[in-house]
Design a protein around this ligand. Sequence first.
Ligand SMILES: [Zn+2]
Length: 286
Amino acid sequence: MLQDIVFGRLENEFRDIPPMEEDLVLCFRSGGILLRRGQDDSLTLPSWQQVVPHTEKWSSWREKQLRYLFRMEEQNYFLWMGESGEQVPEGYAYEPARPLRQLTSKDVCYAVMTGWHLYNWYRVNRFCGNCGAATEHDMKERMLRCPACGNMIFPRISPAVITAVTDGDRLLLSKYAGRGYARYALIAGYTEIGETMEQTVQREVMEEVGLRVKNIRYYKSQPWGVDGNVLMGFYCDLDGDDTIHLDETELAMAQWFPRNDLPAKDDGISLTREMIRVFGEGKEPK
Ligand SMILES: [Zn+2]
């Protein structure tokens, strides 16, 4: 999966520190991320010095909303929070951040997705939802605080499930309706308030394909920053009738496929693809 390359090496606690020479900066604008694409399709992020004029001091960087994000693989990442005004260095351009899935630059893609999650959280919480006053960043931890009413706002992560429904040597694959994503997928959905992850699995499978499931077992999780999620992968067994009743507002199709003839290959990026491969190899948790 995408984050495997940095597993255990993401230092994501907040630090109020200035940028150093070699630190990189994530600049988002209208769903795009500023980067340079090499001839081999590798991706490079700009250093902060390429983006911010050289003549000013750190005190003004802070005012310009250049904010420390995290450290990954011995590399610090900052976030440009200004509305506009940063320099676009030569050779760099804004590319859509959402479809970035570059195996040659897994670290950059992972930094962009995680930075995008935080960027969205900072952006939509500039004002207090309780009283409307402008929020301020806490100096010790990743938290926004309202100076007027004391409201504390922490980063929001939305749990969601990915579910591989199996029936002996068959796996249920589906395709989403009305989305650009036309590849085979597993049943997925957000956890609702008041339910367990296992109940989410049962509810989503019933809603989307009208099947009952049992023997729900956890496999693995994956952060998915572009949608602000943490995804939790489960395998489960069909319980009873295998007739699919498709929710056509959610899915374009759903179909049983034999273990030895699955039409999806692992892309090394997503939990969904890994779970399909693992089932194909017969290595899913029993
Ligand atoms: Zn407030």
